[in-house]
Ligand binder design. Structure first.
Ligand SMILES: Nc1ncnc2c1ncn2[C@@H]1O[C@H](COP(=O)(O)OP(=O)(O)O)[C@@H](O)[C@H]1O
Ligand SMILES: [Mg+2]
Length: 192
């Protein structure tokens, strides 16, 4: 198996499963954590991520989950690039579609809770990394999801930030309630 990514939480490998191109995401043990608690948390996140990948599919494109085994998910491999790579190259055409997709996800009651350009694959957009996501109808949770994404875009993609964020919001077309909550959160963060 070929290692393609190593993060703080997980390692990802390329693999063939029943002849299909797949990615294996294995959550890592944390040596400094109490072993039973660590294991329970890894299993919980893995299960929850697989469930949310499937659940979100009604609203947005996500890789199909082929297998799940304790701390490991086997999923369909998306051949393409991350939105991070595309934005870094100045390719920002996907931004509006990303906003539209986030809106569909929120309308279905799913907040992703880790919206970054590494967690959006193109073409698609396809969304991944649902380990922290949850079902929530709360305006506050949706607004926070957007603000976290905005902050990430501003720090990582400052060269194309204005263009990208403008298109994301055009696609998302926030309701008045969400727009107001976003301003409130931003003020709170600024004056803290
Ligand atoms: N299904 C997939 N197809 C192709 N690449 C993937 C897939 N899932 C993850 N990746 C790649 O691996 C990286 C890390 O995966 P991710 O689930 O976001 O792990 P982490 O929780 O460590 O951030 C992604 O940013 C992407 O580049
Ligand atoms: Mg990720």
């Amino acid at each position: 198996m070929k290692l393609i990514y190593r993060g703080a939480e997980a390692e990802l490998y390329e693999h063939e499963f029943l002849g299909l191109p797949t990615v294996i995401k294995k959550r890592l043990e944390k040596a400094y954590k109490q072993p039973q608690l660590d294991k329970a948390l890894r299993l919980k996140r893995t299960k929850s991520e697989a469930r949310m990948l499937e659940r979100a599919r009604g609203a947005v494109r996500t890789p199909h989950v082929l297998d799940i085994e304790s701390d490991t998910i086997v999923m369909e491999r998306i051949e393409g690039s991350t939105a991070k790579e595309e934005f870094a190259e100045g390719n920002v055409e996907s931004a509006k579609g990303i906003g539209e997709a986030i809106k569909r996800m929120h309308d279905k009651g799913i907040v992703h809770n880790d919206l970054t350009t590494s967690n959006i694959l193109l073409p698609g957009p396809r969304f991944i990394d649902f380990g922290l996501s949850k079902m929530s109808p709360a305006v506050e949770d949706k607004a926070t999801d957007l603000i976290v994404f905005k902050k990430m875009l501003a720090s990582t993609h400052y060269k194309v930030f204005d263009q990208v964020w403008g298109k994301v919001i055009e696609g998302y077309a926030p309701s008045k309630a969400i727009a107001m909550k976003m301003s409130a959160i931003e003020k709170r963060v600024k004056y803290r």
